[in-house]
Write a protein that binds this ligand. Structure first.
Ligand SMILES: NC(=O)c1ccc[n+]([C@@H]2O[C@H](COP(=O)([O-])OP(=O)(O)OC[C@H]3O[C@@H](n4cnc5c(N)ncnc54)[C@H](O)[C@@H]3O)[C@@H](O)[C@H]2O)c1
Length: 378
C-alpha cells in the first residue's frame, strides 16, 4: 500500500510510519512539525525510523496547504489522518484555529479525495474518546450518560456523577452508540469529522474508519506540550521531584492504552474487510484511576515527589470513561495486549533518556484558570 500519514512526525504517527515501513508499505508524511509539539526549529529525524528510509516521502507542510496535500494524495492509495491540534483546554479559546486545523482541513481533504483523487479507497480518521464527554453508567438497568457535574457538589468534594434525581449510578464500559456529548471544541471537531467521514463514505463508496482512541501513552509522546497528557506532565515533574497535584480525590479514572496497541489497531483498520463506515473504540477496556497511575509512575521513576490529593477540579472535566471494546474485537479483531504496568515500565525507561524540560504545566493551567476554564476550588 501507499499510505499518506498526516501528522506522521507526531507521537502516534511516527510509530505508525515505522510499522508501515516494516511491512513494506511506502509512506508519505505531511506534517508541519508544530512548535508546540516538536519545539522551535524542529526537523524530522528520519534516522529515528528503523529502516527502508527510501520509502518515506516527508512533506514539511501544513495540512491546510492544499498544494502539498494534493501532491501527497496523488501518490497514495490510503490515508491515515492524524494531524490535529490536540489541546482540549486550549481549544476553548483558540476556537477558530481548532476549527480550521481539525475540521476545515479535514473537509478540504475529503473534497480533494472525492473530486480529484478517486484512486484513494480508504481513510482512517483519528477520533477520540473526548466525543463522549462523561462515560456511560447504568441507572435502573438502563444505559445513562450524565451531563456535566454540578459545581456545588464538586466544591463539596462530591465528585461521582448522579442520576437526574440524585440516584446512585454505576459505571459501565462506554459503547460507541452512547449519546455523544462533546465538552470541548476539540471534541466537537472530532465528532464533526466522524459525520463528515460517514457522509463521504456513503456518498462516494469510500471506506472510512473512525477510531476513537482512549488515553494513548508511550515512548515518543510529546513531553513538551503542557496542554495534553497527564503522564507527560506527571513524569516531567516527578523527574524533578516536584509535588504532584492530584485533582478531585484521585479516584477519577481513564482508559490508558499503549501506543503500540494503537498502531496495531490502525494497521487493522487499513487492512480488514470492513463496511463503508466503521466507528470503533480503541482502548484497553479497563479503567485505571489517576491515583493508581501516579503511584505506579512515581515508583518506576524512582521519584520522591509528594503526591497530594488537592480536591481541585476543572468544571468541564469528566469523572470516568473506559471503552467498550466489543466492536473493535468483532470488526477489527483487535484486543489490546499491553497492560498498564508493563506499558508504564517501558514508558518510564524511555522518559529517563529524554532531556529534562522546564515544567510549563503550572503556567498552562494558570492560562486556563484566567479564562475561567482551569482548576477551581472555593
Ligand atoms: N494521544 C492521545 O491520547 C490521543 C487520544 C485521542 C485522539 N488522539 C488523536 O490522534 C491523533 C494523533 O495524536 P498524537 O498524540 O500523535 O498527537 P501529536 O501532537 O504527537 O501529533 C500530531 C502531529 O500533527 C502535526 N500537526 C499539527 N497541526 C498540523 C497542521 N496544521 N498541519 C500539519 N501537521 C500538523 C504535529 O506537528 C504532530 O507531529 C490526533 O488527531 C489526536 O487528536 C490522540
Amino acid at each position: 500500500m501507499k499510505v499518506l500519514v498526516t501528522g506522521g512526525a507526531g507521537f502516534i504517527g511516527s510509530w505508525l510510519v515505522d510499522s508501515l515501513l516494516q511491512k513494506d508499505h511506502s509512506v508519505t508524511i505531511v506534517d508541519n512539525l508544530s512548535p508546540q509539539i516538536h519545539g522551535e526549529m524542529a526537523s524530522l529525524d528520519l534516522s529515528k525510523l528503523k529502516d527502508n528510509r527510501q520509502s518515506v516521502d516527508f512533506i514539511h507542510a501544513d495540512i491546510r496547504n492544499m498544494e502539498a496535500m494534493d501532491k501527497a494524495l496523488a501518490q497514495s492509495d490510503a490515508v491515515v489522518h492524524l494531524a490535529a491540534e490536540t489541546g482540549t483546554g486550549q481549544s476553548m479559546y483558540q476556537v477558530a484555529h481548532y476549527y480550521d486545523v481539525n475540521q476545515q482541513a479535514t473537509a478540504a481533504m475529503f473534497e480533494a479525495i472525492v473530486t480529484k483523487h478517486r484512486h484513494i479507497k480508504r481513510v482512517v480518521l483519528a477520533s477520540s474518546r473526548a466525543i463522549y464527554g462523561e462515560g456511560a453508567y447504568l441507572l435502573d438497568k438502563q444505559v445513562f450518560v450524565p451531563g456535566s457535574r454540578d459545581p456545588l457538589r464538586l466544591q463539596n468534594g462530591q465528585f461521582e456523577p448522579l442520576g437526574p434525581n440524585g440516584e446512585l449510578i454505576s459505571l459501565i464500559a462506554t459503547p460507541e452508540n452512547s449519546l455523544p456529548s462533546p465538552a470541548s471544541i476539540y471534541a466537537a471537531t472530532k465528532l464533526a469529522n466522524e459525520s463528515l467521514g460517514r457522509i463521504m463514505a456513503e456518498a462516494y463508496g469510500l471506506t472510512v474508519v473512525a477510531l476513537r482512541f482512549q488515553n494513548v501513552y508511550g515512548e515518543r509522546q510529546s513531553l513538551r506540550n503542557p496542554y495534553t497528557g497527564i503522564l507527560s506532565i506527571f513524569s516531567n515533574r516527578m523527574r524533578q521531584n516536584l509535588p504532584i497535584n492530584i485533582f478531585e480525590d484521585g479516584q477519577e479514572s481513564r482508559d490508558f492504552i499503549h501506543v503500540s496497541d494503537v498502531v496495531r489497531s490502525i494497521q487493522l483498520a487499513l487492512e480488514k474487510e470492513l463496511p463503508r463506515f466503521t466507528v470503533a473504540n480503541v482502548g484497553s477496556g479497563i479503567p485505571t484511576t489517576v491515583w493508581e497511575v501516579a503511584n505506579l509512575l512515581r515508583k518506576l521513576l524512582n521519584s520522591s515527589s509528594q503526591l497530594y490529593i488537592s480536591g481541585d477540579f476543572r468544571s468541564g472535566d469528566i469523572r470516568h470513561c473506559y471503552a467498550d471494546m466489543a466492536i473493535a474485537e468483532k470488526q477489527l479483531d483487535f484486543r489490546s495486549s499491553i497492560d498498564i504496568k508493563s506499558g508504564l515500565k517501558v514508558f518510564s525507561e524511555w522518559v529517563m533518556t529524554q532531556p529534562l524540560l522546564v515544567d510549563r504545566s503550572v503556567e498552562a493551567m494558570a492560562e486556563l484558570t484566567k479564562l475561567g476554564l482551569g482548576k477551581c476550588r472555593e
